[in-house]
Design a protein around this ligand. Sequence first.
Ligand SMILES: Cc1cc2nc3c(=O)[nH]c(=O)nc-3n(C[C@H](O)[C@H](O)[C@H](O)COP(=O)(O)OP(=O)(O)OC[C@H]3O[C@@H](n4cnc5c(N)ncnc54)[C@H](O)[C@@H]3O)c2cc1C
Length: 423
Amino acid sequence: MPEEKEKIFDVAVVGGGPSGMIAAARAGELGARAALLEKNNTLGRKLLLTGKGRSNLTKAEFSPKELVKKYGREGGFLLSPLSVFGVKETIDFFEKKGLKTKIERGKRVFPQSDKAGDVLDVLFDYLKKNQVKIMTNSEVKEIIRHKKSISKIVLKDDREILAKNYIICTGGKSFPGTGSTGDGYKWLKEMGHTIVKPRPALVPLKIKEDWPKKAQGLSLKNVELTIFQNGKKKDSCFGELLFTHFGLSGPVVLDLSGEIGELLERGEVKLSLDLKPALNFQVLDKRIQSDFFKYKNKFFKNCLSDLFPQKMIPVIIEMSGINPLKRVNKINRQERQKLVRLSKGMEMTVSSLLGFNLAIITLGGVSLKEIDSKTMKSKLVENLFFAGEIINLHGPTGGYNLQLCWSTGYLAGQTAAKSNTSK
Ligand SMILES: Cc1cc2nc3c(=O)[nH]c(=O)nc-3n(C[C@H](O)[C@H](O)[C@H](O)COP(=O)(O)OP(=O)(O)OC[C@H]3O[C@@H](n4cnc5c(N)ncnc54)[C@H](O)[C@@H]3O)c2cc1C
């Protein structure tokens, strides 16, 4: 029989990710007796993977109105949480607790140490300082509702946790090895909440054609990827792209993946990759002519290295249909223009999105209509709050998703601590 059968807390937070940690610590800071329940034996497993281990902890966009545009149609939901704990407050919070930050390209904010572990350490100290009871190895099995409120939480080992208020921060379903297995969706659905269908997002793509595999490992900066369906342009994104053994990854691909996923449900999706988006057709043609002049006595295969990365050259040669051993001065205008067109539009067909295992985030979750954005409180269950990825809101890559966790987590912890709802 476990030692602690029952515990009574003011606030019980389920899920020790970024949103749960900040929520529990903030509740503790305001004097609430708070508990943080995490099924893993450590906190913040996914947080340690963020930003490739460097943690892109926010985006240095200080205008909430501008920031929320990036969270899609329902981004306005975040205005209230941001007004309490916005980007400036987030950076100040970490800096005051000793974590020096730096702003990199694209206004992405990282710890100066480049270590996600240092972000986790700050949160851990914040929890400790505010006497939060950290309960790792505590997998929540069931949440029991009595009339209009939650009466208790039952753990897998049958321990029971009683609290006045409960905050669910179990995240989404992506990277399930970190503990985010979508458990919260089931409980919340049973309590009457609408769960918008969870879907993998910010996820790499499988491509039908073989040529991207030939360039695997190559990362291209400053390229433009455009999505087409039925010959119509749907969207495009400029930035960095990575070729992999299954197809494509990198920020531009991840950011377009949500939309590609939706379009795939309606039919075939084509992609066009512009390797030289800064140059229009004529300018690129001139540039290639001058390279051809410079290398006029060389073979075609040896004249492209000023324009393209080495790994891309065999692919371009094959797709151009020009004999690699042709002397450059023998290449005709038509062939050259085909090369220009190719550089500005390498075509691919999407075969599928990779699944939850490799998705950075999960689209979908608790319907925003059922959450009060001023408090992060459920509109259906009296003593229930939410924070983080479990809600039906997400942003692109670049620090937006962690900012959502900090803002909603801080606010949920604060209002749950102040709310006197009794069970
Ligand atoms: C590889 C990768 C890189 C990323 N990089 C960035 C980045 O640089 N910047 C950025 O902004 N975002 C990034 N993200 C997204 C970001 O990590 C998530 O949005 C964020 O972790 C969500 O936090 P959360 O607290 O809502 O949920 P999670 O971090 O998913 O935490 C949920 C926690 O709940 C626990 N849990 C689940 N079920 C139970 C249960 N039944 N009982 C008890 N505990 C339970 C889990 O074990 C987990 O610890 C990245 C994501 C991935 C996968």
